[in-house]
Design a protein around this ligand. Structure first.
Ligand code: GLV
Ligand code: GLV
Length: 334
C-alpha cells in the first residue's frame, strides 16, 4: 500500500519530521518565518491525507472542501480559531491541537509581561540605549507599580489561567477570576475567588486574559469593560488579539483610563508598523511569542506530528478537538 501524503505548512523541528516520515510521504513548505501562501495551501491540500498547519494559516471551508482526501488537520497551536472546525467535522476530518505542553511556558510569559509593564522594564531599557541615563540614581526615576500584595484578575481559568494563578502565590497576591464556568474544584487548591467579569475588571490591579477566541469572546474587552478598570490597573493579553478591542485599548491607554498594557497578541498579526500602539510608552509589545521556548516549541511539533500520524493509522489522536467527527468518519486501524 502506498504511504499516505502529508503537507506541512512551515519548517518545524527534525524530531517532528522524523515521526511524520516514518508513516507518510511528507512535503514541507520551505518557509521558516513566512507563512505558506494561501494558493499553495489550496493546491497542496488537494493531494494529501494530512495537513499540519500553523495558527497563521486560515483553514476555512474553501481549503477544507479542496482537501478531497483529507483526513486530519493537525494545528501546531493550542488555539484553533484559524480552522473552521464545523466545516471539518461535516467533511469527516479530524482536527487536533497541542494543549497542555505550552501551558507553563505561556504562563511564564504572561508573568514576564506583567512584571515588565508594572516595573517599566522595556521602557527603561529603551531609555538606557538611547543614552538618556545621564544623572546616576534618582528617587523618581521610572517609578512603576508594586506587584506583590496586589490583586490579580484572571479572565478565563483554563489550563493557562490556572498556571498563571499558581505563580501569583509567590507574590502574595489576592487572586480573583472570571470564567464562563465556575471552577470550585480549583478555587481552594489555588486559593482564588470567583467573581463576575465586572467585579474582576473593577477590583483587579492586573487583569490577564486567557480565553480562547470564539464568537462569544470577540471584543469581550471593549470600551465599557476598560472603563470599569482602575486608572492604576494594567491589562495583559497572551490569548488572542481580537478578544480585546484594540482601537478602544489604544484610546484607554492614551487617555489614562488604565495605566498600561502588555500585549503578545494583536487583532492583525504582524502588527501594522504604523499601529498607534507603537507611539505609546505605557505598553509592552511582543510578537506572539508566549509559547516560544526551545523546549515547548519542540514538544509542540512532536505532539502535532503524533496527533496527525495517529489519525492516519486509524487510532484516536491524543488531542482531538472535534470528537463528534468520530460518528461521521469512524476510525479503523489500517
Ligand atoms: C499559540 O498562540 C497557540 O495557540 O498555541
Ligand atoms: C489552554 O491551554 C487553556 O486551557 O488555557
Amino acid at each position: 500500500m502506498s504511504k499516505p501524503k502529508v503537507y506541512v505548512t512551515r519548517q518545524l523541528f527534525d524530531e517532528a519530521l522524523g515521526i511524520l516520515e516514518r508513516h507518510a510521504e511528507v512535503e514541507v513548505f520551505d518557509g521558516v518565518d513566512n507563512p505558506a501562501p494561501r494558493d499553495l495551501i489550496l493546491s497542496k491540500v488537494r493531494e494529501v491525507d494530512g495537513l499540519l498547519c500553523l495558527l497563521t494559516d486560515k483553514i476555512d471551508s474553501e481549503v477544507i472542501e479542496a482537501g478531497r482526501n483529507l483526513k486530519v488537520i493537525s494545528n501546531y497551536a493550542v488555539g484553533f480559531n484559524n480552522i473552521d472546525v464545523e466545516a471539518a467535522t461535516r467533511h469527516g476530518i479530524y482536527v487536533t491541537n497541542t494543549p497542555g505542553i505550552l501551558t507553563e511556558t505561556t504562563a511564564d510569559c504572561a508573568w514576564a509581561l506583567l512584571l515588565a509593564i508594572a516595573r517599566r522594564i522595556a521602557e527603561a531599557d529603551r531609555s538606557i540605549r538611547a543614552g538618556k541615563w545621564v544623572h546616576a540614581w534618582g528617587p523618581r526615576m521610572f517609578l512603576g507599580s508594586d506587584v506583590h500584595g496586589k490583586t490579580l484578575g484572571i479572565v478565563g481559568l483554563g489550563r493557562i489561567g490556572s498556571a498563571v494563578a499558581k505563580r501569583a502565590k509567590g507574590f502574595d497576591m489576592n487572586v480573583i477570576y472570571y470564567d464562563v464556568r465556575r471552577r470550585e474544584d480549583l478555587e481552594e487548591k489555588l486559593g482564588i475567588t470567583f467573581k463576575s467579569l465586572e467585579e474582576v475588571l473593577s477590583e483587579a490591579d492586573f487583569v490577564t486574559v486567557h480565553v480562547p477566541l470564539t464568537k462569544g469572546t470577540y471584543h469581550m474587552i471593549g470600551r465599557r469593560e476598560l472603563s470599569m478598570m482602575k486608572k492604576s490597573a494594567y491589562l495583559i493579553n497572551t490569548s488572542r488579539g481580537p478578544v480585546i478591542d484594540e482601537a478602544e485599548l489604544y484610546s484607554a491607554l492614551k487617555e489614562g483610563v488604565i495605566a498600561g498594557a502588555a500585549l503578545d497578541v494583536f487583532e492583525q498579526e504582524p502588527l501594522d508598523p504604523n499601529s498607534p500602539l507603537l507611539e505609546l510608552e505605557n505598553v509592552v509589545l511582543t510578537p506572539h511569542i508566549a509559547s516560544a521556548s526551545v523546549e515547548t516549541r519542540t514538544k509542540m511539533a512532536v505532539v502535532a506530528a503524533t496527533n496527525l500520524v495517529s489519525v492516519l493509522r486509524g487510532e484516536e489522536p491524543p488531542n482531538l478537538v472535534n470528537p463528534e467527527v468520530k460518528k461521521i468518519r469512524p476510525l479503523r486501524s489500517q
